[in-house]
Design a protein around this ligand. Sequence first.
Ligand SMILES: Cc1cc2nc3c(=O)[nH]c(=O)nc-3n(C[C@H](O)[C@H](O)[C@H](O)COP(=O)(O)O)c2cc1C
Length: 399
Amino acid sequence: MSMSDARKAEWSLKYPTIEDLRLRGRRRTPRFAFDYVDGAVGASELNMVRNAEALDAIEIVPRYGSVNFTANTEVELFGETYAMPVAIAPMGIPSLVLPNGEEVMARAAQAHRFPLALGCVAGATVERIAELAPDNLWFQLYRQPANELAVDMDLVRRAGDVGVKVLIVTLDVPSRAKRPRERRDRLVIPYSHSVRTVTEALKHPTWLMAYLRHGMRPFANYRPYAGENASDKDVIEFVRRETVGAFTWDEVAQFRDAWPGPLVVKGLLHPGDAERAVSIGADGIEVSNHGGRQLEAAPPAIDCLPAVVDAIGGRAKILFDSGIRSGIDVVRAMALGADFTLAGRAFMYGLCALGEEGPEYVASFFQDEIAVAMRQIGVQTYAELRDLDIRHPGAFNFG
Ligand SMILES: Cc1cc2nc3c(=O)[nH]c(=O)nc-3n(C[C@H](O)[C@H](O)[C@H](O)COP(=O)(O)O)c2cc1C
């Protein structure tokens, strides 16, 4: 069911920023689940911090005096029209935050006409999520190299069978990142309940009730491959064992051949890598540093965006994520040449703070803020953003 306007209005007073949702979410969510979302790589989680700082530092000079108008937040990508240029980024396990989290996100995407990029390691199958978001579903893959990528290729087939619009292959996880909070919380595989996780669950009755009601289906997409009558533990162990490294360019080319629809390569920062992806036939490049979760020393993704946009020169669509927390962040990325953006944690904080209604509230939050930002800047369309005067102090020089 879609959220009422009165509810939206009430929350826009209570939670006018994503940070408000984050703070409420922290209180309402078991610590292991909140830290999984909120944490990043490295002792100081600096890569994540810098993503936000780099976006904040981008200035846009507004132009005034044109006629009053309604900004058009709609956008077309790969032949589909969406209500706004923001997707829910692929994220491993929304159901850790709210059991049935993936389904809740799917309903929000369908109701609000924006894409959900389902992660292959999610807690719901692509078939189930396609029932709920038939018009707005994208799907992301990690690498399972056994038998010439047989599992990945079967996932691609399944995604095609249920009408997934866009396939995303993630390249920026060649090794498991060391995220200190996940270790302190014992959120590691092989996983077993500790006294601390059980206590945390008991301390959060809303979460516990949702867990008792919906259960949890770890890595649901992989159940058919983990052997007949595989237990949850078997499935978890299967995914841990089989998920190895990141795709090579040769492997990306195999997905290009296997997938007839739009193919996006995710996690690139270097224009040379973007060039390589386009030469293989990628339709889109997702400039991203995984939200600061993989390499602490990586530059903020937004600082790499202009060089990638220049290098590709319109030969593929440019998507951007990492650090988006507001409508003006979306507008900043679009002004620097992105064709679309994705937000990860913002939607997860919504789930943490507001449960089933969280993702839809975050969607309307973004859409309202984008419209206000465009009116304030003086543009009616995203294309006009490119003509503005912009100061981007951190822009990475690849010379
Ligand atoms: C909890 C969590 C889980 C994630 N899991 C995946 C994943 O399974 N596959 C993937 O390609 N990216 C994954 N990401 C990265 C996101 O797709 C995206 O790049 C990142 O969240 C963007 O940064 P933001 O959180 O600042 O918006 C994950 C991010 C978070 C926060």
